[in-house]
Design a protein around this ligand. Structure first.
Ligand code: PMP
Length: 390
């Protein structure tokens, strides 16, 4: 019998989808960057400027030569080295948690934590603006999900006290990745305690930036080491490396080792990334002022943009989000900034809900006054008319 001829048209529907995205101005582009930034980078997440630090990159290179380029297996088989266990120990100690578990990314840490700490017997109550990785975790969890109004403590309380399931998990970002605003962590913890719920906080943008010496928003809120609170972080922003971690009570970490599928069935973090994260953590411990510097740079940039007439939230961390009139104008604005040597991020649907378009800037500890002046000049000169607050 002849083998069936492969049909040419099974993916034709993708072309129709691509056309729809093109006409809505939603086509994305991958632009390789040079090894050393030629533009002023206000788009990356290297908040403390550690990704290219010689201590950090050097530790990664040395670890690759000693341990190999990859971790060679899942954490439970051959993918755990002494670098992984040391990193877990040091992260937990720095943040004031009982224990930590390192994942291959912040995304997999969030997937693992949400799914392992909930299930068909649980209700999950989330802020409606949580990060996509937490949303995916919720979708996989089989729990009852309520996504409530942004930073609305009363709405959390109502959803928790009217839930139908015995167990409950509250899920929130500490610093929201689109607008850079902060969750009311203390109030959420109180509501969780009143309603017998546990609290999971994604501190991806808080760790290294907020709290004493960059210990993060969870530490700053006085929740580090609490028996009912779990935090997740990424190693790819303030630490300039790659990977993620969950921090929390020892029994939570043990439970994740045994049950979190994105931990068990994923190849362990590369030793070079673990070594880089350890070196970056040591740098942050040695220079706790890095956290203050990035917060000051962020505030300075935001205040100058506000004075220039743009609409934005006053930032508490390193994320500054400037309102743009429409998705198309946001893309054109970011493109015009890039042409003038300022690289900024651009958020628009479907990465964020309809009606939200932002020029998204990130501050770094090493931004100078003249960097900030230049950025504000270019952003102002290239702005669409509707970007200025009326
Ligand atoms: N949580 C938040 C709030 C993030 O912004 C990100 C990164 N964009 C992640 C989780 C995922 O972390 P990673 O990039 O390490 O997968």
């Amino acid at each position: 019998m002849n083998a069936p001829v492969p049909p040419e048209n099974v993916f034709d529907w993708l072309d129709a989808e691509a056309e729809k995205r093109a006409s809505a101005g939603l086509v994305r582009q991958l632009r390789p960057r040079p090894p050393v930034a030629e533009e002023l980078d206000l788009a990356g997440n290297d908040y403390l400027g550690l990704a290219r630090d010689k201590r950090v990159a050097g530790a990664a290179a040395a670890a690759a030569l000693r341990w190999g380029a990859g971790s060679t297996g899942s954490r439970l088989v051959t993918g755990t080295t002494e670098l992984h266990t040391e990193l877990e120990h040091e992260l937990a100690r720095f943040c004031g948690a009982q224990a930590a578990l390192v994942f291959s990314s912040g995304f997999t840490a969030n997937l693992g934590a949400v799914t392992a700490l909930s299930g068909a017997e649980s209700a999950i109550v989330t802020d409606k603006y949580i990060h996509a990785s937490l949303i995916e975790g919720c979708r996989l969890s089989r729990a009852d999900i309520a996504a409530v109004a942004h930073v609305d403590v009363k709405a959390f309380s109502h959803a928790l006290s009217t839930r139908r399931k015995p167990r409950a998990l509250v899920v929130t970002d500490s610093v929201f990745s689109v607008d850079g605003d902060i969750a009311p962590l203390g109030d959420l913890a109180r509501v969780c305690r009143e309603t017998n719920a546990s609290l999971l906080i994604d501190d991806a943008h808080g760790f290294g930036v907020l709290g004493e010496g960059g210990r993060g928003a969870v530490h700053e809120a006085g929740l580090a080491g609490a028996p009912d609170v779990v935090a997740t972080i990424t190693l790819s922003k303030s630490l300039g490396a790659q990977g993620g971690a969950v921090l929390g009570p020892r029994r939570v970490i043990k439970h994740l080792v045994d049950t979190a599928r994105s931990f068990i069935f994923d190849t362990g973090l590369a030793p070079s990334s673990a070594a880089a994260a350890l070196a970056a953590l040591n740098a942050l411990k040695a220079e706790p002022e890095l956290a203050t510097k990035v917060r000051d740079a962020s505030m300075n940039l935001a205040m100058q943009l506000k004075a220039a007439g743009f609409t934005l939230c006053v930032p508490e961390a390193a994320v500054i989000s400037v309102h743009a009139p429409s998705p198309g104008e946001a893309v054109a604005w970011a493109g015009a900034c890039a042409e003038q040597g300022i690289r900024v991020g651009c958020f628009r649907p479907p990465s964020v809900p309809d009606g939200i378009s932002r020029l998204r800037l990130t501050a770094r500890a090493d931004l100078t006054e003249s960097d900030v002046d230049r950025a504000v000049k270019v952003i102002t000169a290239t702005a669409p008319r509707g970007a200025f607050a009326s």
